[in-house]
Design a protein around this ligand. Structure first.
Ligand code: ATP
Length: 890
């Protein structure tokens, strides 16, 4: 039993200890869990304690970020707003007063708004507060701060004036309370008519005037083509009307009429550049009205708070206005030449069959004033005292025509009788290789060579005849018809311009008479054949030269009068007397008052302006175009370049039947040479008469060299006798160049030459070679030649050679230093002058050339002048021919 109990106890004990062990373990586990739980709790608590701190920091960080971004954005926006305002109101429209100066908007550029203060934006840079006025609208000022308002008005006006060209803004003031005191600083503008005041009671008149201006501008300037002056300026680059700003500073209640007119100006003024700056008078609500309210300590533009700028310093206002007035009083600046030209892609598009039309300048309403030449009016007279812009006008007209008509449609001939070379640039020059492709001939420095004018008129008369013949052949009468029936013919219109043409008609000599006759014929018949004359003169004398020929004057129906021109227009038409500088009265009605059109002429004659056009046209020239012939009265032609000299050549065998000696250049339009024919015929000798060594040598030199060119070596003999040491270098140069064909003689040996040649003339038959005796200053050998050499004296031999030589191909080309000396050498008063078939007179008066040297009595009309000679060949000439000796060949 005990055992069982013992066993039981031990089993229970065992079970208990097992249970205890398990319990202990569970307890230990529970303890561990508890500790872990506590630990977690503590952690959770700690963590929970840290959460609000972190969230707050993140929130703060985020807030700070937003703040910074906001500030940067405001700064950026205000910066951009400021930059935009700067663009909208550049230069004078917004510059601070200490750096302020006028900066007029360019042509066609919008003048923009003007600054009167700044917009306050907290945290950003100040933004200019702008008020649109010119081309935009009107400004209404109100509020209790009268000083503040009084500061805005001059700022608005000065900035607007600074954005326009001088004279571009005209002010009218109505200030019944202060009688203009509010605009005192602007008073200097009054001297140039840019500021006018109307007195109390004058508001109605002022408004009526503004309305009338708007009506006129709409009707005649915008003329339905443009919506506003601003649109016109943007499209054309022209601003034909000033801005008109009326400043109305208070006054009584408006009448109904005044109110009506004011409303009209508000509604329609901005498009026509008519603007109001108003205080103390209501303006109707309109999108064009900007309202500025200035209360003490609070200024607003259309509700936006602003800080107003200080007013411009009084001295700045007066100085600026004074400067503007003086610029305006000095006259308007020149209009640009490009106004007269079509766009480059439209160059040379016009057809001249019915006439030539081109603008010459701008009319008062900004419209181009046109000049036309055709059947009516056919010819033009231009007049204006020296310095009023005649030359410039000719450039402008030529340029406007040359850009429109191709050289196949239009050719120019131009002659300038005044001193100066400005027209030379139409021809090819050393400095500038270009030339005006339409220009066929330019004559400069011709004031002493009226013959050149005559040559031009003769050339035109010949062209007129050619055209009239062609018209007759095709049974038509006018150029347009001729061109229609002969479309492949070359029938350009010709415009011949003669500046200071009175020089041509001065004097009562043959030149003047023939010139007037030719002019009359050209003026009468040129009209239908497309030949147009443009005559310019600086003073009344030129016109008076024509006045004696009413039929001639009547053809010049197009008149262009520059400022102060006299008698270009009709008798009672004195429009030219009051013209401003660089303007012209254009009148296609023979100068009658009703035909007047005033044009502002652009500057066309300065080098760059002209060159740009000429180069463009030159690059467009046809391939076969040749440069204009330049006749420069001061230039000395060269034999080697003369076309007639170049054309000379020797026959393949024998001697030329009709050799010619070229003596100099003829004054004509084709640089031809004066040619002396030397056939085997009596009298075919040449005398050069006068004391001028260089010219005499030049004539003999050209004669000898041109003759030598017609002979093969060995078929002509040139005997050169030089009896004046001054002529020695020239004569020797010739001798050397003629080489084996030349022989040299001096005063010792010249008698032998005479004897040899004189005696040789008796030999039978005609020699197979020619012999030319070139005697330089032959009269210097009179002593030696007076002595007998054999049976005869040298002078007798000379006379014999002159008489018998030509028929035996022996010709004398001799220089005598005076007519009397020649007569003495040829036998005194009864000398046989007819053996001198031709002569060139240098410094010999016309009177000395009478009796037996020249037909009629009294000799030719010849007034000696440097480097000119009068050539007369009794076999071919009726009158003498002026020549220009060729320059030295070496
Ligand atoms: N429309 C113009 N705009 C600007 N400048 C001009 C204009 N016309 C002329 N001028 C300038 O005035 C000056 C005189 O002009 P121009 O030589 O054409 O006068 P002119 O009447 O031909 O004088 P003159 O007969 O003495 O030569 C020149 O310097 C010229 O550049």
């Amino acid at each position: 039993m005990a055992d069982v109990r013992t066993q039981l106890v031990s089993r229970v004990r065992g079970m208990l200890s097992e249970a205890l062990g398990a319990t202990r373990n569970r307890l230990a586990d529970a303890d561990a869990d508890l500790a872990a739980g506590r630990e977690r709790l503590a952690r959770v608590r700690r963590a929970a304690a840290a959460v609000p701190e972190r969230v707050g920091a993140a929130r703060d960080r985020r807030l700070a970020e937003i703040d910074a971004r906001h500030t940067a954005r405001i700064a950026d926006l205000t910066r951009r707003a400021a930059a935009a305002a700067q663009r909208e109101a550049p230069g004078a429209a917004s510059a601070p007063w200490d750096r302020w100066r006028p900066t007029p908007a360019g042509r066609g550029e919008n003048p923009g708004a003007v600054r009167i203060g700044t917009v306050r934006v907290p945290g950003g840079e100040p933004v200019p507060a702008l008020v649109p006025l010119l081309d935009a609208g009107h400004v209404h000022l109100a509020g209790g701060d009268r000083d503040g308002i009084a500061a805005v008005v001059p700022a608005l006006l000065l900035r607007s004036i600074g954005r326009a060209d001088p004279g571009g803004v005209r002010l009218s003031g109505y200030d019944p309370e202060h009688l203009g005191g509010g605009l005192a600083g602007f008073a200097p503008l009054g001297t140039a008519g840019l500021l006018t005041f109307v007195g109390p009671g004058g508001l109605g008149r002022l408004l009526d005037d503004l309305v009338e201006q708007i009506r006129r501008i709409n009707a005649t300037v915008l003329a339905g083509e443009y919506a506003s002056l601003r649109a016109l300026a943007a499209a054309t680059g022209r601003r034909p009307e000033p801005w008109r700003v009326a400043v109305l500073l208070g006054g009584d209640e408006l009448s109904r009429h005044e109110r009506g007119q004011l409303d009209r100006v508000v509604r329609t003024g901005a498009a026509c550049g008519v603007h109001l700056v108003v205080r103390g008078i209501d303006l109707p609500d309109d999108p064009t009205v900007t309202r500025v309210v200035v209360e003490p300590g609070d200024a607003r533009i259309s509700g936006l708070p602003v800080r107003l700028d200080p007013p411009p310093p009084a001295t700045l206002v007066t100085e600026t206005c004074r400067e503007v007035a003086s610029r305006v009083n000095a006259g308007p600046p020149p209009a640009p030449f490009t106004d007269l030209l079509p766009p480059p892609e439209e160059y040379w598009r016009e057809d001249s069959a019915h006439g030539l039309t081109a603008p010459i300048g701008e009319g008062p309403h900004g419209r181009p004033v046109l000049l036309s030449l055709g059947d009516y009016p056919p010819h033009a007279l231009i007049g204006g005292p020296s310095g009023t812009g005649k030359t410039n006008l000719i450039f402008a007209w030529i340029g406007a025509l040359a850009a429109r008509y191709s050289p196949a449609e239009l050719e120019f001939y131009l002659l300038d009788f005044k001193e100066g070379v400005s027209f030379a640039r139409f021809a090819q020059g050393r400095r500038d290789p270009s030339w005006l492709p339409h220009m066929r001939l330019v004559g400069i420095n011709v004031n002493t060579d009226r013959e050149f004018g005559l040559a031009l008129l003769r050339f035109l008369a010949e062209e007129l005849r050619r055209r009239a013949d062609a018209a007759k052949k095709h049974e038509v009468t006018k150029l347009a018809e001729l061109r229609a029936v002969d479309p492949t013919g070359h029938w350009p219109r010709i415009v011949a311009v003669v500046d200071e043409f009175q020089a041509l008609l001065a004097g009562r000599d043959v030149v003047a008479r023939e010139a007037a006759d030719l002019l009359e014929d050209l003026a009468r018949r040129g009209r239908s054949q497309g030949i147009h004359l443009v005559l310019a003169s600086q003073d009344v004398r030129g016109i008076e030269a024509l006045w004696g020929r009413p039929a001639l004057v009547a053809q010049f129906t197009l008149r262009i009068a520059l400022p102060k021109a006299l008698r270009i227009l009709a008798e009672r038409n004195d429009a030219a007397q009051s013209l401003p500088r660089y303007h012209a009265v254009v009148n296609a009605e023979s100068g009658l008052t009703e035909g007047n059109e005033v044009a502002r002429i652009p500057s066309a004659s300065d080098w760059e302006t002209w060159s740009e056009l000429q180069h463009r046209l030159w690059r467009m020239r046809p391939q076969d175009a040749s440069p204009a012939r330049l006749f420069d009265g001061d230039a000395i032609p060269r034999l080697a370049e003369a076309p007639d000299f170049r054309a000379l050549g020797a026959p393949e065998q024998g001697v030329p039947r009709n050799p010619v000696a070229l003596l100099g250049e003829i004054i004509d339009v084709q640089s031809r040479s004066a040619a002396l024919r030397l056939p085997r015929a009596p009298g075919r000798n040449l005398a050069v008469l006068g004391t001028r060594v260089d010219e005499a040598c030049a004539v003999l030199d050209a004669a000898a060299r041109s003759l030598a060119r017609q002979h093969r070596p060995g078929t002509a003999r040139f005997s050169i006798a030089c009896l004046d040491p001054d002529a020695d270098p020239a004569a020797r140069a010739l001798y050397e160049d003629l080489a084996d064909d030349a022989a040299w003689y001096d005063e010792e040996t010249v008698p032998e030459l005479m004897a040899e040649v004189g005696d040789g003339l008796g030999a039978p038959g005609t020699p197979n070679s020619a012999h030319y005796l070139l005697l330089y200053a032959v009269d210097a050998a009179a002593g030696q030649l007076a002595a007998k050499a054999g049976r005869r004296t040298g002078l007798e031999q000379l006379r014999r050679i002159l008489h018998d030589g030509p028929e035996r191909r022996t010709h004398v080309l001799a220089w005598w230093r005076g007519v009397a000396r020649m007569r003495t050498d040829l036998g005194g008063p009864a000398a046989r002058i007819e053996n001198i078939g031709a002569w060139v007179a240098l410094d010999v008066q016309g009177g000395e050339l009478g009796s037996s040297l020249y037909p009629g009595t009294g000799g030719p009309d010849w007034y000696p002048r440097p480097w000119r000679g009068l050539f007369f060949d009794r076999a071919v000439h009726r009158t003498g021919q002026v020549i220009i000796p060729y320059g030295p060949s070496r």
